[in-house]
Ligand binder design. Structure first.
Ligand SMILES: [Zn+2]
Length: 390
């Protein structure tokens, strides 16, 4: 059973921005904070009548407002106050980025961690409304109570799907998933795409579970053993990533990568649905994941495995089709996306995948990797790329 833990499917998170701990410059603010204190301060120094006149003229209100705005910008509002203020308003009414920032800020303080958890879960629920679970799952949009949360983050995993939990609740896939703060990022599309990635694992686990249920051999193995055997078969031996750690984007990926048909399928699905909606940095990450998890050995193995949902060549074809005809609404972005795909996949392959793997991958993704892109076009595409709304 100990080994089973290894079979948990996880989605790598990209590195979170360092929490910005802002230190307050001492002396840059007077020792009065609240509006009331400020008025009292003015009363003391200017006298009642002068203060009254200022108040009537609207000057004080303007000063207070300015101070509030400047506090917001400089981040000097005490956390408690921030949470209290926002607590009155519904996090659901904040725009995406503001909601994520609120959750991140609240999480920094042990006293508001529970509130932060609620915020994070709200954001997961919100993102999940934009994704439909793939078959054979029966789509069910989650409510806050459906989301399992963990504060345990490594820099590596944003969410996990635990196949061990499938047989305990075969019809409630939200119970198989667990999210952590790495899943909720300021790039909304990326957060939505992470959820799709997990749902893909869940769909795969469910398809496999249905196969296992159907099996009627005398010595039927347990679901856990059945899954583990399957997982092992479709996961290749570890590859050494070239220049690991040298490039920032790699900081978000696990140190060791085991190419895997299961992961590749989930990344391919994530890629073709979201590449044109992600920021350029996240596009780079996405391309890297697709290249690093692409399995080689499996292509040659004539494995008979009862898993109709796991077809590496079909997943690869999805990416080739995407490249040939990027599904963007704004047709002027089509060529830009093609260039972005070719650029990012090429650099991911040549910079990070071991040299002995290049030949086969070049063959398998020929259309994309042979697509000529000069450095001028590359720069222009990055500059003119506009992500579509998620
Ligand atoms: Zn995954």
């Amino acid at each position: 059973m100990g080994q089973q833990a290894k079979a948990i499917i996880r989605s790598p998170a990209t590195k979170q921005a360092e929490p910005s701990t802002r230190t307050r410059k001492s002396g840059s603010y007077p020792s009065v904070h609240s509006p009331v204190e400020q008025i009292l301060y003015l009363q003391r120094t200017l006298g009642n009548q002068a203060t009254q006149r200022l108040f009537e003229s609207g000057m004080i209100q303007a000063m207070i407002q300015r101070k509030e705005v400047s506090e917001k910008i400089s981040g000097t509002i005490p956390l408690k106050q921030l949470v209290q203020r926002k607590n009155g308003t519904d996090i659901k009414t904040l725009d995406w980025k503001a909601g994520v920032e609120l959750a991140e800020n609240a999480a920094k303080n042990p006293k508001t961690k529970d509130i932060a958890k609620g915020y994070y879960i709200e954001m997961v629920v919100r993102a999940a409304q934009k994704v439909s679970a793939p078959a054979p799952l029966v789509d069910k949009k989650p409510e806050a109570g459906d989301i399992l949360w963990s504060w345990t983050t490594t820099s590596e995993y944003a969410a996990t799907t635990d196949p061990k939990k499938v047989d305990k609740a075969p019809d409630d896939y939200w119970k198989w998933l667990q999210f952590n703060p790495g899943a909720v990022q300021k790039d909304e599309a990326f957060t939505v795409s992470t959820i799709l990635h997990e749902l893909d694992h869940a769909a795969h686990a469910k398809a496999l579970y249905n196969e296992w249920k159907k099996a009627t051999t005398k010595k039927k193995e347990t679901w856990a053993d059945f899954y583990l055997a399957h997982y092992t078969k479709w996961t290749e031996k570890e590859i050494k990533i070239e220049k690991a750690g040298a490039v920032g984007v790699l900081a978000g990926l696990p140190e060791k990568i085991r190419p895997s048909a299961i992961e590749f399928r989930a990344y391919a699905n994530q890629f073709v649905n979201y590449f044109h909606k992600l920021s350029a940095d996240k596009q780079q990450y996405m391309a890297l994941a697709v290249i690093l998890f692409y399995p080689l050995r499996i292509q040659k193995v004539e494995a008979k495995i009862s898993d109709p949902t796991l077809d590496v060549s079909a997943a690869r074809q999805q990416i080739l089709d995407y490249f040939n005809s990027p599904p963007v609404k704004d047709k002027t972005q089509q060529d830009i996306i093609k260039i972005r795909v070719a650029t990012e996949l090429k650099s991911a392959l040549f910079l990070f995948r071991p040299a002995e793997d290049h030949a086969q991958i070049k063959m398998d993704f020929r259309d994309i990797l042979d697509y000529p892109v000069d450095s001028e076009e590359r720069k222009k595409a990055r500059k003119n790329y506009r992500p579509e709304a998620p």
